[in-house]
Design a protein around this ligand. Structure first.
Ligand SMILES: Nc1ncnc2c1ncn2[C@@H]1O[C@H](COP(=O)(O)OP(=O)(O)O)[C@@H](O)[C@H]1O
Ligand SMILES: [Mg+2]
Length: 597
């Protein structure tokens, strides 16, 4: 089950109050349906309580055929009522639970999707996903069944005990002194055994991890002649596992002995005392049978309620986590202004920045530069210098600590993030295609574009040819479940997407760093088309690709150390850029020399 790993939470008022907010997420109609369902639930609990009573009557009327037939008919009605109301109850609860979880899922998704980028860096994706699967699943289970079972068991316990006292005070006191006590003890006992069982499971897991590690690294083990060491390490672990397993086995044995002696013992003892009362005429035999059935119901309900209680505690934790996420303020609440447009170049003025997660580490310091409209700016520098961070700021994934950034003549800090991002297109370093067709993936750049525009973009991106070569053409599925495209092919799809977007500012983050030389040529020529007369920021590893940029920024440890055209920078005798170019040239010459000796 999905909810295995959900920690349970102590029941407290704050948690309970928070969970009550769930009812606020229900539509009014659903709240009424839930109330009606609970009424039906009470009816089914009531009919369940009639069952032992009727059974007793049946036994007592065994000699009177008329009475016997009447009781049998009553049974029939009882089962019918039980069946109808229990079906209606389930139908209503399921409906309410599913409406609630669908609403929660949507609210949660909306809230998470609209969080800022920092949120996604601070939270692991797996944790976020488990809010959707485990936590929402837990809430769903609780509203579908746990809550109903809990209420029903509660009613059965109250009604059952009342009935017991109605039948016989003395025997009820005997019963209360024995059965619930045994049930509660065996519950704790059972839970303890499960805990030990879990430990055994974990130890078994550890044990195989040791073996796996050793076998995987067998070369190192043998090379260092550490076989003896590994054997004793494994042996020690096996010994711990052996002891724990024996302990578990003995506990299990003790548990079944306990059940036999105490639970069955107390039942037999009750029957014995009851039969004494039957003999002395204090109660009828049928009454004793009803009594014993009720005892079973009450005992079972006490045990079951405890189990439901654990589930409800887990649900409180799940509700709290889900609501905390739903309540989290989103990136922006204002509506975008679709009229708002930008045009012109980009200007950074004395921008300083550090990531919220590492406030004492300065990533950018006093970064100032300017690109005219339609021009290309290249950013180079060692990895970790802060190149991608400049892009993050341009997108307002993060806000600068100092300085300001302009797109055209407008400060981007004053623009709505949607208005700003609509002007930009990014071809990232690592291209992730969504599950779907190639067509849909290109369309992602501008969902309102038509088919002609998509194909024309693909042509300009040098992608049309390879796409058409697939048997299903543009409808070919890509992503996890689709076909696997090469790096260059993915890159060209991303370029087609950017062309379709027709952005004011184009951003390429090391777009050609992982390509073989053939697809690099195709990608380069596609990029040339894309960048023509368009303001562009290009981050590049291969310096040969940015030789013709209008301005080159050299970034090192978050500072601009050189800035100018290729020629100007090559003119600096001890320039960093010049040394980078020369180093890459040597490397290229070396490779060429190796290939054509
Ligand atoms: N989300 C983040 N949180 C904290 N530090 C980050 C984050 N992203 C990048 N950094 C750090 O900022 C510095 C610059 O990173 P980045 O801009 O990605 O460098 P580049 O793109 O030049 O290789 C690095 O030291 C990196 O570790
Ligand atoms: Mg980078």
């Amino acid at each position: 089950m999905a909810n295995r790993d959900i920690p349970k939470q102590r029941l407290n008022m704050a948690g309970l109050r928070k969970s009550m907010r769930l009812f606020g997420f229900m539509k009014t109609a659903d709240r009424w349906l839930l109330a009606l369902g609970t009424l039906f639930l009470a009816i089914t609990a009531g009919t369940a309580l009639l069952f032992p009573e009727l059974l007793g009557n049946m036994v007592d009327s065994y000699s009177d055929i008329n009475k016997l037939q009447k009781t049998a008919t009553a049974f029939l009605y009882l089962f019918l009522a039980q069946a109808v109301f229990s079906f209606l109850r389930i139908g209503l609860y399921v409906r309410v639970a599913e409406n609630l979880t669908a609403g929660l899922r949507n609210r949660l998704y909306q809230s998470v999707l609209q969080q800022n980028m920092d949120f996604f860096h601070q939270n692991r994706i797996g944790d976020l996903i488990s809010r959707f699967t485990a936590d929402i699943g837990q809430i769903q289970d609780t509203f579908t069944s746990n809550l109903a079972m809990f209420l029903r068991q509660f009613m059965v316990i109250i009604g059952g005990i009342a009935y017991l006292f109605f039948t016989s005070n003395t025997l009820s006191l005997y019963m209360l002194a024995s059965v619930p006590v045994v049930v509660v003890i065996s519950m704790f006992f059972g839970r303890f055994i499960r805990k030990i069982g879990k430990q055994v499971q974990e130890l078994t897991g550890n044990n195989s991890v040791i073996a796996e590690e050793t076998f995987t690294g067998i070369q190192s083990v043998k090379a260092f002649t550490n076989e003896t060491f590994e054997m004793s390490r494994y042996g020690k672990d096996v010994e711990i596992l052996r002891k724990k397993s024996i302990y578990r086995g003995l506990l299990r044995g003790a548990f079944s002995s306990f059940i036999i002696v105490c639970l069955f013992g107390s039942i037999v003892w009750l029957i014995f005392m009851g039969l004494g009362m039957v003999r002395s005429g204090e109660m009828a035999l049928g009454e004793l049978i009803s009594f014993m059935f009720f005892t079973g119901f009450v005992g079972g309900s006490i045990g079951g309620m405890a189990e439901q209680f654990v589930q409800i505690q887990k649900t409180l934790g799940a509700v709290e986590r889900v609501l905390d996420l739903i309540d989290k303020p989103v990136e922006t609440n204002e509506a975008p202004n679709l009229e708002n447009t930008f045009s012109g170049g980009v200007r950074f003025e004395h921008v300083g920045f550090c990531y919220p997660g590492r406030p004492d580490y300065t990533v950018l310091e006093d970064v100032s530069f300017q690109i005219g409209a339609g021009k290309t700016l290249a950013i180079v520098g060692p990895s970790g210098a802060g190149k991608s961070t400049i892009i993050n700021l341009m997108y307002r994934f993060y806000e600068p600590i100092k300085g300001s950034i302009y797109l055209g003549d407008k400060s981007i800090a004053e623009a709505h993030v949607y208005d700003l991002r609509r002007q930009l297109a990014l071809v990232p370093q690592e291209i992730i295609l969504f599950g779907g067709s190639i067509y849909d993936n290109i369309l992602y750049g501008n969902p309102s574009a038509d088919k002609e525009a998509v194909i024309s973009s693909a042509k300009q991106a040098n992608a049309h040819e390879f796409i058409s070569a697939f048997p299903e053409g543009y409808e070919t599925l890509v992503g996890d479940r689709g076909i696997k495209l090469s790096g260059g092919q993915r890159q060209r799809i991303a370029i087609a997407r950017a062309i379709l977007r027709n952005p004011q500012l184009l951003i390429l983050d090391e777009a050609t760093s992982s390509l073989d030389s053939e697809s690099e040529e195709l990608v380069q020529s596609a990029l040339k088309t894309l960048m023509k007369d368009r303001t562009s920021i290009v981050i590049a590893h291969r310096l040969s690709t940015i030789r013709h940029a209008d301005t080159i920024l050299v970034l090192k440890q978050g500072r601009i150390i050189e800035q100018g055209s290729h020629e100007a920078l090559m003119g600096l005798a001890d320039g960093y850029y010049r040394s980078m170019v020369e180093r890459q040239q040597d490397h290229t010459d070396f490779i060429n020399h190796q290939e054509n000796p």
